[in-house]
Ligand binder design. Structure first.
Ligand code: NDP
Length: 515
C-alpha cells in the first residue's frame, strides 16, 4: 500500500556508528575510481573515441573517472532511443511508472552513504551537505512517484448535464534534462524523475564536473527496473546540449538548471523552430540568484548571525540559494557584523573526506579564478574582515570571505559570485532593507529576521523572491515542504518539489462525450 510522502531524515554524524558507516562508504566508492565509463543509450553501453576526466576538487590529482565525450552522432542515437522507448513508457499506467520511482527511492536509501561519499569526493561537499543532497534526491524519487499517481487519477472538471467530461494529463515526448554540478544528485534526479513520472523519456546530460554522481543515479534507476531507453545517459560538453539537443526537432522540452547566461541561451534557441518541428518547445529554466538575509533591530541577533554564516558558506556558497548578501539595519549592523566575523573565522576548511572539515573546496580551477577575481573587486568595494585568500596547495580552497560596508549597487552586491563570499550592506531601516533586497535582477530566495508581525506581513507582500523565509536561513528547501523556484532572472519559478511541477512535464487533454 502507498504510504504518505515523508521527507527522508538526515544522518546524525555525531553518532560514531554513522561516522564509521560513512568512512566505509568513502573507502568503498574509492575502489571504483579511475575507470573509464561509457554512455548508456537504449540500455546499451557505448564507448566514445574521446573521453574527459573527473577529479576530486580537494585533491585534483585524484581521478574519479574517465567519461565518454559524446558527439552529435551519439546525441542523435540518444534521441532516437528516447523516441523508441516513448510509446511503451508513456502507455504504462501511472502507478506502474510510479513503482519504478518508489523502488529507486528505496535503493538509493540503501546506498545513501555511498552516494554521499561520492559527492564528498567528486563535488567537494562536506558530509552534512552531501547527506542532505542524497536525502533530497530520495525525496524527489518518492515525491514524484506519489505525484505520478495523483496526476494519473481523475482530474476535477465542472459537471454539465448531457455530457461526460474528463481531463487527463499526458506526457510531452522526449525531454532533454540538463542539470548543474552543485546539487549533482538531487537536481539531476529531480528533473529526470519528474520527466519520467509524467511518462516522458529523457536524454540526460549531466554536468561535466560531476558525471559519476549522475552515473550512479542512472544505475539505480536501471536497478529499479527502468526499461532501456527511458533515460539515456549522455556525458559530454555543454555544447552538445546547447547546439544539438536544444535545437533538435524531436526534443519536445528542455529542463535546465544552471547559470542565467546558459539558461537564457537555451530559451532563445528553443524558441527558434527548425524544419520538421511540429510543436512549440517548452523550457523549464531554473537559474542563478543573489539571495540575501535581511535583519532588523528586533531580530534575535545571535541566531541571525548564525543563519547569515550558514547561508553564505554552506557548500562554500555554491548554492543557488546561498545568502551572498547580508542586509542589516543601521541600529544593529555593527553588532551583527562583529558576531558574523567571529563565526566565519571559526569555520574549519580542508579536504571534505575528513568529517571535521565543514568547508571544502570550490568546484574547480575556473570557478576559483572567478571567485578570486570577485574578492579582488570586493576588496575595493568594501572592507574584507574575514578570509579573502586562497589556501596554498593544489586543492581549490578559498577562505570564507566576509566583505563589510558594501554599497547595495556594488558589483559584489549585484552579481552572482557562486563561492564563499558574502557582502554586508547597511540599510536605513527595515523597509529600506527590503528595498535593497529587491534591488537585483534575481529573485530566488531571501530571509527576513524580525520579531514584528506587521513587518513580516509587509515582507510577505513586498519581498519579491520565489522562496521567502522568516527567522531562519535562506538555504535548505525541503521537497514537498518548500517547493523551490525563483522569480525574475532566477528562472521560470517552476517550483521543484511542489504539486504543480509534473504539469510542466505534461499536457492536459480533455475528452467530452455527448450522452
Ligand atoms: P552552467 O550553466 O554552467 O551549466 C549547467 C548545465 O548546462 C551543465 O550540465 C552544463 O554542461 C550545461 N551547459 C553548459 N553550456 C551549455 C550550453 N551552451 N547549452 C546547453 N547546456 C549547456 O551552470 P553550473 O553547472 O555552473 O551551475 C551553477 C549555476 O546554477 C549557478 O548560476 C546557480 O545559481 C544555478 N543553479 C540554480 C538553481 C535553481 O534552482 N534556480 C539550483 C542550482 C543551481 P557542462 O557541465 O558540460 O558545461
Amino acid at each position: 500500500m502507498l504510504t504518505e510522502f515523508r521527507n527522508e531524515p538526515l544522518t546524525d554524524f555525531t553518532d560514531p556508528k554513522n561516522r564509521e558507516a560513512m568512512q566505509r562508504a568513502l573507502a568503498a566508492i574509492r575502489t571504483r575510481f579511475g575507470k573509464t565509463h561509457p554512455l548508456v543509450i537504449g540500455g546499451e553501453r557505448i564507448a566514445c573515441a574521446e573521453t574527459f576526466v573527473s577529479t576530486n576538487p580537494s585533491n585534483p590529482s585524484e581521478v574519479v573517472g574517465h567519461f565518454a565525450k559524446a558527439t552529435e552522432s551519439e546525441a542523435q542515437k540518444a534521441i532516437d532511443a528516447a523516441l523508441a522507448a516513448f510509446p511503451a513508457w508513456s502507455g504504462l499506467p501511472a502507478d506502474e511508472r510510479a513503482t519504478v520511482l518508489l523502488r529507486a527511492a528505496r535503493i538509493l536509501r540503501q546506498k545513501k552513504h555511498l552516494m554521499s561519499a561520492l559527492m564528498v569526493l567528486e563535488a567537494g561537499k562536506s558530509w552534512v551537505e552531501a547527506d542532505a543532497d542524497t536525502a533530497e534526491a530520495i525525496d524527489f524519487m518518492d515525491f514524484y512517484g506519489h505525484e505520478a499517481i495523483r496526476y494519473g487519477g481523475p482530474q476535477p472538471v465542472t459537471a454539465l448535464h448531457g455530457e461526460m467530461n474528463e481531463l487527463s494529463w499526458i506526457p510531452l515526448g522526449v525531454i532533454a534534462v540538463i542539470p548543474p554540478w552543485n546539487f549533482p544528485c538531487a537536481i539531476l534526479t529531480g528533473m529526470a524523475t519528474a520527466a519520467m513520472a509524467a511518462g516522458n523519456t529523457v536524454v540526460l546530460k549531466p554536468a561535466s564536473d560531476t558525471p559519476m554522481i549522475g552515473q550512479l543515479v542512472f544505475e539505480i534507476l536501471e536497478e529499479a527496473g527502468m526499461p532501456p531507453g527511458v533515460v539515456n545517459f549522455l556525458t559530454g560538453p555543454g555544447r552538445i546540449a546547447g547546439d544539438f539537443l536544444v535545437r533538435h526537432k524531436d526534443v519536445r522540452a528542455i529542463a535546465f538548471t544552471g547559470s542565467m547566461e546558459v539558461g537564457l541561451e537555451i530559451h532563445r534557441k528553443a524558441a527558434e523552430t527548425v524544419p520538421g518541428q511540429i510543436f512549440v518547445k517548452r523550457t523549464i529554466l531554473e537559474m542563478g540568484g543573489k539571495d540575501c538575509m535581511v535583519i532588523d533591530e528586533t531580530a534575535d541577533l545571535a541566531a541571525a548571525a548564525r543563519d547569515i554564516v550558514a547561508s553564505a558558506f554552506g557548500y562554500q556558497g555554491q548554492k543557488c540559494s546561498a545568502g551572498s548578501r547580508a542586509i542589516i539595519v543601521d541600529k544593529v549592523y555593527d553588532e551583527v557584523l562583529a558576531k558574523s566575523v567571529a563565526l566565519t573565522k571559526e569555520l574549519v576548511i580542508g579536504p571534505t573526506d575528513v568529517y571535521e572539515n565543514k568547508i571544502g573546496p570550490v568546484i574547480g580551477a575556473s570557478a576559483e579564478r572567478t571567485i578570486l577575481r570577485y574578492i579582488e573587486i570586493g576588496s575595493r568595494e568594501g572592507k574584507i574582515l574575514a578570509g579573502g585568500a586562497k589556501l596554498p596547495g593544489a586543492g581549490f580552497f578559498i577562505q570564507p570571505t566576509l566583505i563589510a560596508d558594501v554599497d547595495r549597487n556594488a558589483v559584489v552586491a549585484q552579481e552572482e559570485i557562486f563561492g564563499p563570499v558574502v557582502a554586508f550592506i547597511r540599510a536605513k531601516d527595515w523597509k529600506d532593507a527590503i528595498d535593497a533586497a529587491n534591488g537585483t535582477m534575481y529573485g530566488l530566495t531571501g530571509a527576513f529576521c524580525s520579531n514584528v508581525r506587521e513587518r513580516i506581513a509587509y515582507a510577505k507582500r513586498h519581498f519579491h523572491v520565489g522562496n521567502l523565509y522568516f527567522n531562519r536561513k535562506c538555504t535548505g528547501a525541503l521537497v514537498g515542504v518548500h517547493p523551490f523556484g525563483g522569480f525574475n532572472m532566477s528562472g521560470t519559478d517552476s517550483k521543484a518539489g511542489g504539486r504543480d511541477y509534473l504539469a510542466l512535464f505534461s499536457q492536459a487533454k480533455l475528452w467530452s462525450e455527448k450522452l
